[in-house]
Design a protein around this ligand. Structure first.
Ligand code: PLP
Length: 377
């Protein structure tokens, strides 16, 4: 049976495993004999409650989330979290917040903190080097721990393709906040090193509209902000109501839950990490084999396993829009889609999240090689 499915290298919304889509499809009209689709069920119904709690439990199992952390489903996407982090963790305002700026997303988060009146200390900012590396600890300017409300980093910069494989070392008394939107579930995460981890679902989890928050329970409601915080931006509201304070994105949580079961069925995140490492290594190796034609600019140790970015170079050694267009066109013709780099960065970006099978990466590698041979080697 031909499914007419493309190899989807989109950064988000992104690929979802075919088996998950099939399962969702099978229950589209009648979920578990209810005579309704999941998206038609009341969020207060028994059926939905079961879906909701199983999704939370399965996510806890996958990430090995300790008891002292709450797992929440909130709304607003990653961009809303930029503000929610400040509202929930800054406190009454006499403290500094430390931001590691390693790409477009942590830069935006730091800007939002400033907008809300936080005193932002930039621990590192790699913008002048075009966000291609992460500086070593000796170059960081961390604030004094007793003055720091929290430290913040983005584990994987989706636009620039830069990933932290080691958790940044900050004083254990300083709550560490992590935007894991584009790398969550691609490998195990040391939860206890963090105070708060969040992720928009539309990359490595499921449909857009769901945002996962993992937060240490003792921080909930513990730091009243400068002025009252809207209830829907206060994580305590969600924790107190098991993420059912208002109507959650029920369909998105259902499909996310199917993805969690898919991952558990595959044996969890260690196995996933091995596959993801292999997929990324193959692609980087193929690009590196033609240094006059392809340039994957991110420094080796922080090259993202999820978002592989590169430029196609002309004879003059400069990025060539024309050759990039040709590369993308040939990719489309081979059913490989959504490979265009982010509009702010240009070039090519292959997002190879969990749901992109190794076979899809092999197809891309074959096209990289074919393109190199027919251009110039
Ligand atoms: N953080 C990261 C790492 C992202 O990649 C994105 C979006 O691509 C965001 C935050 C913003 O997410 P959203 O579009 O859900 O607001």
């Amino acid at each position: 049976e031909s499914l007419n499915r493309a190899w989807n290298f989109g950064a988000g919304p992104a690929a979802i495993p075919v088996s998950v889509l099939r399962e969702a499809q099978a229950s589209m009209l009648d979920y578990a004999g209810s005579g309704m689709s999941v998206m038609e069920l009341s969020h207060r119904s028994k059926e939905y409650e079961t879906i909701h709690n199983a999704a939370i439990e399965d996510l806890r199992r996958l990430l090995d989330v300790p008891e002292e952390y709450a797992v929440l489903f909130v709304q607003g996407g990653g961009s809303t979290m930029f503000a929610s982090v400040v509202y929930n963790l800054l406190g009454s305002g006499d403290k500094v917040v430390d931001y590691f700026v390693t790409g477009a997303w942590s830069e935006k988060a730091a800007q939002e903190a400033k907008l809300l009146g936080a005193q932002v200390n930039t621990v590192i900012n790699t913008k002048s080097g075009k966000f291609r590396s992460i500086t070593s600890k000796s170059e960081w300017t961390l604030s004094a721990p007793e003055k720091t409300a929290y430290a913040y980093y983005c584990m994987n910069e989706t636009v620039h393709g830069v990933e932290w494989f080691e958790t940044p070392e900050v004083d254990p008394s300083v709550p560490l906040v992590c935007d894991a939107s584009s790398t969550i579930l691609s490998r195990p995460i040391p939860i206890r090193r963090h105070a708060l981890i969040y992720a928009g679902a539309q990359k490595n989890i499921g449909p857009s509209g769901v945002t996962v928050v993992i937060v240490r329970k003792d921080l909930l409601g513990a730091r009243p902000f400068l002025h009252p915080v809207p209830l829907m931006l206060n994580f305590k509201t969600y924790a107190d109501a098991n993420s059912l304070y208002n109507t959650p994105p029920t369909w998105g949580i259902y499909v996310s839950g199917l993805v969690f079961k898919w991952l558990l069925g595959l044996g969890g995140l260690e196995g996933m990490e091995a596959i993801n490492t292999r997929k990324a290594s193959k692609l980087y190796a193929a690009l590196d084999a033609y240094p006059k034609l392809f340039q994957a600019p991110v420094a080796g140790p922080v090259r993202s396993r999820m978002n592989v970015v590169w430029r196609v170079l002309g004879e003059d050694g400069q990025p060539s829009d024309e050759l990039e267009k040709e590369f993308l066109k040939g990719a489309e013709a081979r059913r490989m889609v959504q490979l265009k780099g982010h509009r702010s960065a240009g070039g090519i970006r292959a997002s190879i999240y969990n749901a992109v099978p190794e076979e899809g990466v092999d197809a891309l590698v074959a096209w990289v090689e074919e393109f190199a041979k027919k251009s110039r080697a």
